[in-house]
Design a protein around this ligand. Structure first.
Ligand SMILES: NC(=O)c1ccc[n+]([C@@H]2O[C@H](COP(=O)([O-])OP(=O)(O)OC[C@H]3O[C@@H](n4cnc5c(N)ncnc54)[C@H](O)[C@@H]3O)[C@@H](O)[C@H]2O)c1
Length: 242
């Protein structure tokens, strides 16, 4: 099950896991985006599920549909996220309702969905929860306070899962992308001066691609990564190493 699967990294994750032969539940609140993904991937192993990850009833419905079609998820990838838009800036300048939404989508939903899938994983004594955090969870992004706070907490959710359920066969890993070219960041990267500003802070002097995150996710979800648990992996061209 991949959340935020209608766009960017999530769409890439859905495509990759399908190509690996998995059954994929692509969950997103963007009905149109999911419909185009389904058209593009055209696979009986893809179940598009429309739900807002902050809405318990919608999540419950989507999970029930997923279980009925494919069984309980073996891998959950919490990828849905939002920076909060233009109003989500520094701590005291972010309107409380905007900060709450950023924390709800990026953090509370990760907890909610993990809680929903864990009982079946514990019963099977096997399961992987990958959380798409951000380098903003390792170092704070200037002017993105709520997002940085939420992503740091997502890394700690990852560790809590590893520590509490590791002995029961559950693994959790946080992937921390730096600047990846997706619809979330494209507006910034499309402006030459802003792009240069971003590149200047990245040791590799390149912008990441969706495939950089997808390749790491495929590895960490697989048994090849069976001893990796509770880690936060930067995928950032060296940004967080400076
Ligand atoms: N692009 C980057 O540079 C970058 C860097 C670090 C981390 N990330 C993280 O990677 C993840 C994917 O980002 P992306 O760049 O692909 O963004 P994106 O905007 O292209 O895709 C995000 C998807 O999440 C969905 N979504 C948002 N809120 C939702 C909700 N409440 N319920 C259901 N779906 C919802 C959107 O509809 C969209 O399809 C996010 O968690 C983001 O914070 C991205």
């Amino acid at each position: 099950m991949v959340t935020g699967a209608a766009s960017g990294i999530g769409a890439g994750l859905a495509a990759r896991f399908l190509s690996l032969g998995d059954q994929v539940v692509a969950l997103d609140m963007d009905r149109g985006g999911l419909a185009s993904l389904a058209d593009q991937l055209a696979s009986p192993n893809l179940l598009p599920a429309v739900a807002d990850v902050t809405d318990d009833a919608q999540l419950e419905g989507a999970l029930a549909e997923a279980v009925a079609r494919f069984g309980h998820p073996e891998v959950l990838i919490n990828n849905a996220g939002t920076t909060g838009g233009a109003q989500a800036t520094t701590l005291h300048e972010t309107p409380p309702n905007v900060a709450d939404r950023v924390i709800d989508v990026n953090l509370r939903a990760v907890i909610r969905l993990s809680v929903a899938v864990l009982p079946a994983m514990l019963e099977r004594r096997r399961g992987v929860i990958l959380n798409i955090a951000s380098v903003a969870g390792l170092v704070a992004f200037p002017g993105r306070a709520a997002y940085s706070i939420a992503k740091a907490a997502v890394i700690q959710v990852t560790r809590a899962i590893a520590v509490d359920y590791g002995r029961q066969g559950i693994r959790s890993v946080a992937l921390c992308p730096g600047m990846i070219d997706t619809p979330m960041t494209h507006w910034r990267l499309a402006q030459p001066s802003l792009r240069e500003e971003v590149l200047a802070r990245i040791p590799q002097r390149t912008i990441g691609a969706v495939s950089d995150v997808v390749g790491a996710a495929a590895f960490f979800a697989s048994d090849e990564a069976s001893y990796c648990n509770g880690a936060a992996i930067p995928i950032d061209g060296g940004y967080s190493a400076v």
